[in-house]
Design a protein. Sequence first.
Length: 303
Amino acid sequence: MKLKPLLLMILIGALVVAVICFSLWSYTSSEDISDPKHLFLRSENSKTLELTTSSPGASPRDTRCTYHTCFDVYHCGYNDKTRISVYIYPVNEYVDQAGNAITLPLSKEFYEMLEAIADSPYYINDPEMACLIVPSVDLLNQNSIRLREVGQILASLPWWNNGNNHLLFNMLPGSSPDYSTVLEVDTGKAVIAGGGFSTWSYRRTFDVSIPIYNPLIQPDKMPQKSYLEKRRYLVISSQTSLHKEYRDVLHDIEKQEPRFLFIQKCPTEERTWNFSRGCKQKVAYDYPQILQVNSSVIECNKQ
């Protein structure tokens, strides 16, 4: 029984990352907001909401959160014990007392993330039956948001409940001069799927580490692959220019685990660096196509 909470959290991380990332990598737009799955995008469901200076804000991010202390497992498995259900809030516009917009229009990347979730088998229209709830507030780039006001927006969400079972996406945390490794918005007990975590900011068994969106993949038309399809590799590391300390560790793992693929810069490309190709010894792999044959991506940060 002790394994069940851990397995559920692993499933949440793996399934959310798989649905979002592989949908982005193989994304071909078939947008139809009349589809019931896209209720959150319909203009008739959208509102313009005003925040005041006295509007309550969210609680600070709980740095002690674990799966056992901050996640309500009883909201998972209502309809199908093997499937995680995800609800998306309607897209609203938030303004301050002067009528100025607090939030920017959704970025293309965040829009595609929401659409990928809505098109997945995990999407559900009923927040009361959802295991995970995703606010439709674009937090991918901290430099484009107003920190205090976004905390107020989160606190105003009808099912916020101090962030319990809420999932927030962020790829570029921090700002000059400190460049924090985690989103600096007050997020309470919400799970953060982030691309900039360090050892100190990542909450084990709780947060989800995701690869940063790469514009290099945008021109590629990659074939659709089922998330049920068995992958050749369990984990791939395609990050180049790693610190020697990390390279040595990854090489040791590679020797022990045949399902781990460690790709580095190709030796024949010393001067002109081809970002769309990586090598393992003399074997070349195309990027990002190689990412479709694995289950996970590993990213290393020197802290």
